[in-house]
Design a protein around this ligand. Structure first.
Ligand code: AMP
Ligand code: ZN
Ligand code: FE
Ligand code: FE
Length: 274
């Protein structure tokens, strides 16, 4: 039995509904999952209910996009109180920024002679947290690019000509916020952000864990974060960052998992604090 603590659903930029994600996780033999959609907790009630029906433990989570010095840092919040009104207010503000950003991306694309209707992207997303993957999928569908990755490489990655940032907290603000509302803040896929030097400051702000296990990580990279965790007394977490079948990312549920003991430690910490 094992766990996958980083999953997305159609409530953000994943493909399947939370219920289907839970079904796939159950079929894959996972014991515990965490739904960690980008900047939304909309899918949590459905995932919890499905988990109950299928006897699979679902941990409520969220993945915040944050930014410091033009570097994007993703912070996972586990065991967040998804009914918290301050959380709702914050997410609403971020989601408004995400929707406005789709229009701005389309304006930039237009200047590059790529005509995409922002309403079409918002409709395809069908949720309050539209993101670049929704743009990429529409660019593929319209034949502007032939692959999801090409959309990022040519247009919308952080150095791309159609990149637009959206409203984000700074990582430390986000970490303190998660702590304040009773959640456990974890640095998501840290190696991608290339910001290891910020880890001590994050710990001071209340960071409690680090995603040391991630599909693209080499043993050496994982070891580097195991060492950070040891040094700063952080919990270890890991997950596949599953986004769905035909999402533009290859991984299937169950192909990547972490040991149940990591979940146990995180749950104990949560129970101790709340
Ligand atoms: P957003 O939150 O709207 O800025 O979109 C970020 C998401 O896009 C990430 O979670 C990844 O799933 C995906 N993404 C970001 N950069 C790339 C890239 N260079 N190639 C493929 N996917 C990417
Ligand atoms: Zn995503
Ligand atoms: Fe992420
Ligand atoms: Fe993610």
């Amino acid at each position: 039995m094992s766990a996958d603590l980083h999953l997305h659903s159609a409530c953000s930029d994943g493909i399947e509904t939370p219920k289907i994600v839970v079904t796939y996780a159950k079929d894959a033999g996972l014991k515990t999952i965490a739904l960690t959609d980008h900047d939304t907790v909309e899918g949590i009630p459905e995932a919890l209910l499905a988990g109950k029906e299928m006897s699979l433990e679902v941990i409520p989570g969220v993945e915040f996009s944050t930014e410091i010095n033009k570097t994007e840092i993703h912070i996972l919040g586990y065991f967040v109180d998804y009914n918290n009104s301050d959380l709702a207010t914050l997410l609403k503000k971020i989601q408004k920024g995400r929707k406005e950003r789709i229009f701005k991306i389309c304006e930039k694309l237009k200047k590059l002679d790529v005509i995409v209707d922002p309403e079409k992207i918002l409709k395809a997303a069908g949720n309050d947290a539209p993101g670049r993957p929704h743009v990429a999928r529409v660019l593929v569908e319209q034949g502007v690019v032939s692959t999801f990755n090409e959309a990022f490489n040519r247009f919308i990655d952080s150095r791309g000509p159609a990149y637009v940032a959206h409203y984000k907290l700074e990582p430390k603000e986000c970490i303190s916020f998660i702590k304040e509302i009773g959640g456990i803040a974890v640095f998501a896929h840290p190696d991608i952000s290339n910001s290891d030097e910020l880890i001590p400051q994050f710990v001071d702000a209340g960071l409690r864990g680090i995603e040391a296990y991630y599909p693209s990580y080499s043993e050496k990279t994982t070891q580097k974060y195991l060492d950070f965790a040891e040094k700063f007394g952080l919990l270890l977490t890991g997950g596949s960052d599953y986004h769905g079948i035909n999402s533009g990312r290859e991984i299937k549920l169950g192909e990547f998992s972490v040991d149940d003991s990591l979940v146990e430690k995180m749950r104990n910490e949560y129970l101790r604090r709340n």
